[in-house]
Ligand binder design. Structure first.
Ligand code: ADP
Ligand code: MG
Length: 698
């Protein structure tokens, strides 16, 4: 019978697995044999060899089994103790549990138990306090008649399906399933990297002989996950470059000079270098897929504008997509201002452009009467069609995933199968580990220099007791003609927990900052209202702007020189760095004050990193280490696929290795279609084909 079992067979088909167990496992999503093999323990516990009670020694972790001869509950609630006596014919063992009155309903004389814990001398005998125990039924007892010391796998369990039940099913399934597991990695490839065979790796996770085996098995499976991802990304990159064409823009020294003359500044060295990298690429018909990263204020917009103008000079269109309306509006305003005297038609498309206005705008776009279209994700909607989109810029990439990039790409495809050059910009520096995975298909340029005359932002930490002094300093700045931001973590207060922006504005206006013009801006205000307030702030008609994180990106008011962040512990580090980038944009010395109660020492230490470095990359790495990738790049938003085994923080070396290996492999075999590669191809497409949009191969 077992010959007919496959990895896709129902678990219940495996001899020795009860139907009820199979039904229970199904509640965890485990139906097929292969799924159970892939269901890995979350940890392993050392289990001592079992011994007869007469041989147990005090002051050791011991393991024994026997029958309950008596039990008794005494005391109440937290003071209660539940005692039981266990005997096995060679001796007795006293058990005691504190604060566990519910055991009275669970353990009864006559039951057989296996217990484990530290034995102590007690009344001339031995006692274990709060032992781990397991009730033995007859069936289970023969099943698990293990008395050897071992590493016992502990599985992610549910109330209905305890780890023990999963373990028993795994024990039945492994001997049947492991021989059927074919390794998708070629043997030579594996041995070169000292990786165990796939089926061995699973065995090492479920039934390890020792700690090294767990590490070895885990390493194989983690590498595997990372390799599959990197292979997918490398394939995608190959497909893009090989199968699609982008408009090759014309760039001559004359057009270069012409574009530079339209820009309001002389480019910094770093901007020039990146502009050079970009224009080399844009003049080819291979679609660019480039990430431009540069710290807050490094002047990425200028570089983007250069690329867009290069498209316009070549009689094509360009698009700039920003993550929020505020930012889109601001780009629109500053680019329109810059190009005021030029013959370049710039328009703004956001969710607020509706009805007839929208229809007319879309018609102009399709007729090629708009040169540069700036907008939010509204640019991605179905009816938006360009006449000839050559350059698509995505600002603040971390909020847009691979899928959005793909949609934007299709916007240029209508005409003659051309795809635009895609350039993404990020001011939230992306930790290297993430850029290798999430953005593994991108080339990276870095603007590592700030425009001249920038003053570093001095960042300090203050406890709430010092608020009065902090705001006195703000007042002094305002009196000397400068402006300030005050940032709160939310719009509304939560009593006792959080002071929101609304209440903060009122408090400051009537208190520490009375007599100053203190306004409020947040994301729930209507666009016009918000724009009006920002405009008044920009024109110096407002002294202090109390805001939520709506001002996180892009907002540019050089005269604002001080920022106070209230309840700073509520923000991520990368976010704080982003926020503080709102000041220090002019030539005056600027400062940022982080106010927070010292919630925990860790919390304060975390904030103090901000006071020590202005290097956004270092901060982003720390933030990533502290909060993990999930928090920062919610996997749904970012398109980052979840890993089962690999851990982007722990496994950076493996990741780098997997990336190099994958690139080399795809260079040799771009479609993974050579003999002996079919398994790996299937696996890559199955895991990553969909989100990476790997053509019709999958
Ligand atoms: P970010 O990289 O954060 O998007 P921006 O593009 O908003 O930065 O630029 C930050 C500020 O620096 C803006 O006020 C912009 O006008 C100014 N800026 C950009 N490039 C230069 C330059 N080469 N020289 C002087 N100022 C510049
Ligand atoms: Mg920017």
């Amino acid at each position: 019978m077992s010959e007919r079992i496959a990895l896709t067979s129902p678990i219940a088909d495996v001899p020795g697995v009860r139907d009820q167990t199979a039904r229970d496992l199904a509640t965890l999503g485990l139906r097929a044999v292969g799924q159970l093999v892939a269901y890995l323990p979350s940890r392993h516990e050392h289990e001592e060899a079992e011994a007869p009670m007469s041989e147990l020694a005090p002051d050791h972790i011991v393991s024994a089994r026997g029958e309950i001869t008596s039990c008794r509950l005494s005391g109440y609630g937290k003071r209660s103790r539940f005692q039981a006596v266990l005997s096995d014919g060679t001796g007795r063992l006293d058990l005691v549990w504190f604060n566990a009155p519910y055991l009275r309903g669970k353990l009864h004389p006559g039951m057989r138990l296996r217990v484990q814990g530290k034995a102590k001398t007690y009344n001339h005998g031995l006692q274990i306090a709060n032992p781990k125990y397991e009730v033995l039924s007859d069936e289970i007892e023969t099943d698990s008649d293990k008395t050897e010391a071992r590493l016992r796998p502990i599985y992610p369990a549910s109330e209905r399906v305890p780890s023990r039940v999963i373990e028993q099913a795994v024990v039945k399934v492994l001997p049947v399933a492991l021989p059927m597991i074919a390794d998708h990695l070629p043997e030579t490839f594996r041995t070169e990297r000292d990786l165990p065979d796939l089926s061995d790796a699973y065995r090492m996770m479920h039934a390890p002989e020792n700690e090294e085996e767990i590490a070895r098995g885990r390493r194989r499976l983690a590498y595997d996950e990372l390799l599959m991802l990197q292979l997918g990304v490398a394939m995608k990159r190959y497909q893009l470059r090989d199968s699609q064409r982008a408009p090759a823009l014309r760039a001559s020294p004359a057009s270069h000079d012409k574009i530079l003359s339209m820009l309001p500044f002389t480019l910094t060295g770093a901007q020039q270098r990146v502009v050079g990298e970009l224009s080399d690429e844009l003049t080819r018909d291979i679609p660019s897929n480039r990430l431009i990263q540069g710290d807050v204020g490094s002047g990425k917009t200028m570089v983007a504008l250069y690329a867009m103008l290069l498209a316009v000079e070549s009689n094509h269109q360009a698009a700039l997509m920003a993550p929020t309306e505020i930012l889109a509006e601001q780009h629109f305003e500053s680019i329109s201002r810059t190009l005021a005297n030029q013959d370049v038609r710039v328009e703004l498309l956001t969710g607020s452009v509706i009805g007839g206005d929208r229809d007319a705008m879309l018609a102009r776009l399709e007729e090629g009467k708009i040169d540069i279209l700036i907008g939010t994700h509204a640019l991605l909607t179905e009816h938006v069609r360009f006449n000839s989109l050559a350059v698509a810029i995505i600002d603040e990439q971390h909020r847009f995933g691979v899928e959005q990039r793909a949609v934007l790409r299709t916007k240029g495809e209508d005409e003659g199968g051309m795809t635009p050059h895609v350039v993404v910009m990020t001011a939230t520096p992306i930790p290297r580990t993430v850029s290798l995975t999430l953005f593994g298909d991108l080339d990276v340029s870095t603007i590592d220099e700030l425009p001249p005359g920038r003053q570093p932002i001095e960042t300090t930490y203050s406890p709430p007791e010092d608020r009065e002094q902090v705001y006195q300093a703000v007042r002094r700045r305002v009196e000397s003609g400068e402006q300030a931001y005050v940032v709160a973590p939310a719009i509304d207060s939560e009593s006792g927990v959080l002071v929101g922006a609304r209440d903060l504005q009122r408090e400051l206006e009537d208190g520490f900052l009375s007599g100053l013009r203190v306004a409020l801006v947040h994301g729930r205000l209507k666009r016009n209202t918000r724009e009006h307030i920002m405009e008044r702030f920009r024109r110096g008609l407002i002294d202090v702007l109390v805001a939520t994180t709506v001002i996180e990106v892009g907002v540019d008011v050089p005269n604002a020189t001080v920022m106070v962040v209230e309840q700073a512990d509520r923000f991520g580090l990368a976010q704080l760095h982003q926020l503080r980038g709102r000041v220090g944009r002019g030539s005056k010395a600027s400062e940022c004050v982080l106010i927070s109660s010292p919630v925990t020492t860790d919390g304060v230490e975390r904030l103090k990193i901000m006071t020590k470095t202005g290097d956004g990359f270092r901060i982003a790495e720390r933030d990533f280490e502290i909060r993990g990738p999930g928090e920062i790049f919610g996997s749904k938003q970012s398109g980052l696929p979840p890993f089962r085994v690999a851990d982007l923080i722990r496994d950076t070396d493996l990741l780098a290795r997997a990336r190099t290996d994958a690139q080399e492999w795809i260079r040799r075999s771009p479609e993974l279609s050579f003999e002996g590669e079919i398994l790996v191809q299937q696996r890559v497409l199955k895991t990553h084909g969909r989100w990476l949009g790997l053509g019709d191969t999958g």
